[in-house]
Design a protein around this ligand. Structure first.
Ligand code: ZN
Length: 476
């Protein structure tokens, strides 16, 4: 999930663009090697990308983007053959303050085949604050270095058009491994699994990480970090040990409560929390949370942490056709509210307030963009409106919780996890599982209303509150 990717969220909401076909070229795997020259404030990178052509026709050119002050030196095939490419610093067509280095690589990829390219590149990284995106302060410095997709610090398949990026971001997850060489005095933080730390020449160490789960972005932060590892959290923090302890404690409490509700995790994966420089923006992918200093030291509620930890109990949802509707985002949000209420007395009533807030938010979205009322939750992935996957299913799970009671609810969530975690499952498997858990209740109609059709929009447009929806189902 990502709450502070505001720039793109704003664009998504203002552009109102839906149902475009995704671009057929996607990255299946990254191998990224990085080193730094702090005196000249440059990075050197070698990036091996495995690129898949998902279309029925051959594609002859790969469009890549890099940070505006970075240059590609060579692009080679897996056999070491040089590929022709053109690079030029260009402005975004629809966001002219934003400049990128656009690289067009001539390489034919047959339909439904994948090809590997090796990109040797390097240069400066000086953020994008001049565009108005003030959190993009990314730079190469011994105090703090941040490498992330937001500034194109590694090559990505894209074109300099914001709508292109919005339509294609997150549509295909990839695995990655990275090898980052830094002075011995610095630590490399990443959300992947630390495979090894190998000393190399000149008092430097190469840190090898590989992704724990498929991801849509790679985040690497380098600083003279301190580390605090608990059973469930790997925390990289800059100075504030007290806050690090508080976060570790809260994360542990959360995990215990979740385990009590849904059973023990089958393969425990620690969540990584990385403190980043002040005002550098927060960000979260599954299993890694970037928290800028001001949030890290002043974490007023643990919602985002609880949301990410809840995902550890979620089965990978794969549909036989089309994209996942990502309802587990709403489930994670629901769980975070419920946990907050459970752990803190002063949070009583939070869950219902949040559900009613989400109902009003849906109504507002539907009024502004009436076509959204014709899209069932099942199609949120296909229609690329997964920003609603945090909102609509959160309400749906709140209805189930208050209607069926906490025992049935946790039994269904925990049982589904224990049964399908090894194999993955579809949304249909999930709704079928619920029907087994509560055979006395007519859940068929409920899931038709909320997942497979748009009948739930009637409650939303009539301005119904959560309690009214719950009593609608308990009386029928
Ligand atoms: Zn999430």
């Amino acid at each position: 999930m990502n709450r502070t990717f505001t720039f793109f969220l704003l664009l998504i909401m203002s552009a109102g663009l839906f149902a475009q076909n995704p671009y057929p070229l996607v990255t299946d795997h990254y191998h990224l090697e990085l080193s730094f020259d702090y005196r000249n404030e440059t990075l050197q990178g070698n990036c091996r990308m495995t690129i898949l052509n998902q279309s029925d026709s051959a594609i002859t050119q790969i469009p890549l983007m890099l940070y505006r002050l970075m240059k590609v030196n060579t692009v080679k095939t897996d056999d070491g053959v040089d590929l022709d490419f053109h690079q030029a610093v260009v402005q975004y067509e629809d966001f002219t303050k934003l400049q990128v280095n656009q690289i067009l690589v001539d390489y034919e990829i047959p339909p439904h085949a994948s090809r590997v390219i090796h990109i040797d590149y390097g240069g400066h990284l000086l953020g994008y604050t001049e565009t108005g995106m003030r959190y993009k302060t990314d730079r190469v410095s011994p105090e703090f270095t941040l490498i992330r997709m937001d500034t194109y610090a590694y090559p990505i398949i894209s074109k300099p058009v914001t709508t292109f990026l919005i339509n294609n971001i997150k549509t295909h997850l990839f695995n990655y491994d990275i090898a980052v060489t830094v002075p011995d005095t610095l630590l490399v933080a990443n959300g992947g699994r630390l495979e090894s730390k190998v000393p190399v020449a000149d008092n430097q160490t190469t840190w090898h990480y590989s992704s724990k789960k498929p991801a849509w972005r790679i985040d690497i932060a380098i600083a003279p970090y301190n580390q605090l590892n608990s059973e469930v959290l790997d925390i990289f923090y800059l100075n504030d040990e007290e806050s690090a302890n508080r976060i570790a404690e809260s994360g542990t409490d959360a995990m215990q409560q979740y385990a009590q509700w849904w059973g023990e995790l089958q393969s425990p994966e620690a969540v990584t929390i990385i403190e980043t420089e002040r005002n550098s923006g927060g960000q979260a992918d599954e299993l890694v949370i970037l928290l800028p200093e001001e949030s890290f030291s002043n974490i007023s509620n643990f919602h985002d942490l609880y949301h990410e930890l809840a995902h550890l109990w979620h089965v990978a949802i794969r549909e036989s056709q089309g994209s996942s509707p990502r309802w587990e985002e709403g489930l994670a949000d629901f769980s975070a509210y419920l946990l907050n209420e459970t752990l803190f007395e002063d949070k009583a009533g939070l869950l219902k307030r949040a559900a009613n807030h989400n109902l009003r938010r849906l109504k507002g979205d539907f009024e502004r963009n009436p076509t959204l009322q014709n899209i069932p939750l099942m199609d949120y992935g296909n229609q690329r409106i997964t920003n609603l996957s945090y909102v609509q299913p959160m309400v749906m799970f709140a209805v189930l919780y208050y209607w069926l009671g906490e025992e049935v609810f946790h039994h269904a969530i925990g049982g589904f996890y224990q049964q399908y975690i090894e194999t993955s499952a579809s949304t249909k498997d999930f709704t079928n599982y619920w029907k087994l858990m509560a055979p006395a209740v007519r859940l068929d109609g409920f899931f038709e209303d909320w997942i497979y059709t748009t009948r739930f929009t009637e409650f939303v447009m009539e301005g119904k509150e959560l309690d009214e929806i719950v009593s609608h189902y308990s009386q029928n």
